[in-house]
Design a binder for this molecule. Sequence first.
Ligand code: ASP
Length: 395
Amino acid sequence: MNLSTKILIGLALGIIAGLQLGAEGTAFAKTYIGPLGTIFMNMIKMVIVPLVFSSLVIGCTALGDIKKVGRIGVKTVALYLLTTAFAIVIGLAFGTMFQPGAGMSMAGVNAKVAAKAAPPLMKVITDIFPTNPLEAMVKANMLQIIVFSLFVGCGITAVGEKADYFKHAIDGLAEVCYKIVGFIMTLAPLGVFGLITPVVAANGPAVLLPLLKVILAVYLACLVHAVVVYGSLVKIAGFSLSEFVKGVAPASLMAFSSCSSGGTLPLTMTCARKLGVSKEISSFVLPLGATINMDGTAAYQGVCALFIAQVYGIELTGAQYFTIIVTGTLASIGTAGVPGAGFIMLTMILTALGLPLEASALIAGIDRILDMPRTSVNVTGDVCVSLLVDKTETK
Ligand code: ASP
């Protein structure tokens, strides 16, 4: 049986077990089944920093010249932003069609939600450059690690022969990391089971039903984005949708259950390589994608912004729709690939729109359920863009 089938079985068994345990069994699920998932995620996280560093350095040296690194960088970021903007528009379309907030009231909701202020753009840019690369690694600050690795890679290329030993050592480190990921992935089905069971137990039908329309709108927006946008892009890259789905499934399923594109990264890289993306492209495009490309999150923000406006009976203007698209696309860059990060960014968009934040407390209760499809789409989008960049480069 291949890995995706096994992961799918783990997921299905987790859902069944969660439903059986129900609300009363949540504590049991969290205490005794959850740790399976936590151990699995810990092991994956253990390998992320050395993996990203070594593979990015080697990817960069393999590209050969620094101009090429720049060209691929620009192409990659442009594709990421473009797909994200599409995703928000699709989210807005589903929010308009489903009207999930119509007829809902805020009675009974008195939770306070704190707004996240948008950091000034210049601060975002300066923070990408690390003062201390080891600190960046200790804190797993991905953007800073990416910048440092690019410098090391370009440095090795510029130095040439004298840096050969160093380059071989890093190459060895990258290979060892890939092997470790392989070992850990054999446990993925168990890990997925451990991750999903407590979530389903805690979010039984009683929690989900009142907000069914929001959930449906987010799931469908994610699905449509994947089928329409990724479907077209992979076709351009010379793949059929079914080939792509088969190749990307292990990563998408793991993202679905772990809600972390950062945590899924090692598997995302393995899947892209299996689909034929070269080592240098995948090791460059995917760590970047796990950090800045969040299409599912963008679609979710489109639906949720409309939901909240509808709860308060506020008609949004054309300018406000535009604000959602622009702030949402930019916010997706600053969204960390960790569980729940998209919700924090949602409060930023609401603030930009001048909408009251209290209604997002309704979303907070079901956010984990919405995090699953959006993370899955985030990761799928990364692989899709890597296929496209690879295709244009090899041509
Ligand atoms: N959990 C998402 C991710 O890791 C981010 C989000 O919360 O939207 O990709």
